[in-house]
Design a protein around this ligand. Structure first.
Ligand code: HEC
Length: 117
């Protein structure tokens, strides 16, 4: 891009806008694409959706519960790695799906993504 006196303010505006967009995502430190991929590979979407209740609660509902109870991603990781018995929306019970990775970083990323809703 040619930096003439005329378009310089525009360049600054773009730089400021870009910084404003990138700061929140850096602060949250969530790799959304990786979280979505892990979620899909584990077929979590069979029971979970960001906004809709399926067999399990929506992310919005889970995130709201965690906020109300002051829980964080550690609790969510415990949940997705322990296979405890859960009640589905239809009233039946089964052991919760255990995530297929032992990579704590990947688990943390997914948990933070879920709780960011
Ligand atoms: C067969 C359906 C089903 C599948 C598949 C499933 N879940 Fe769940 N999940 C549930 C139900 C039902 C609950 C609600 C449990 C409760 O409130 O006791 C739940 C709750 C949760 C919670 C909230 C736990 C809490 O402390 O309230 C998280 C986080 C979660 N699931 C993550 C996942 C992830 C990640 C996957 C994929 C690895 C997954 N779930 C796959 C049914 C499912």
């Amino acid at each position: 891009m040619i930096l003439s006196a005329l378009n310089r303010p525009l360049v600054y505006a773009i730089a400021i806008a870009a910084a404003a967009v990138s700061i929140p995502s850096m602060a949250n430190d969530i790799d959304v694409d990786a979280a979505k991929a892990l979620f899909k590979d584990n077929e979590c979407q069979k029971c979970h959706n960001p906004v809709k209740a399926k067999k399990g609660p929506s992310f919005k509902k889970i995130a709201a519960k965690y906020r109300a109870k002051h829980l964080d991603e550690k609790e969510a990781i415990k949940h997705m790695t322990s296979g405890k018995k859960v009640k589905l929306e239809d009233g039946s019970e089964e052991d919760h799906k255990i995530i297929d990775t032992k990579d704590v970083k990947a688990q943390t990323n997914l948990a933070k993504w879920i709780l960011s809703h």
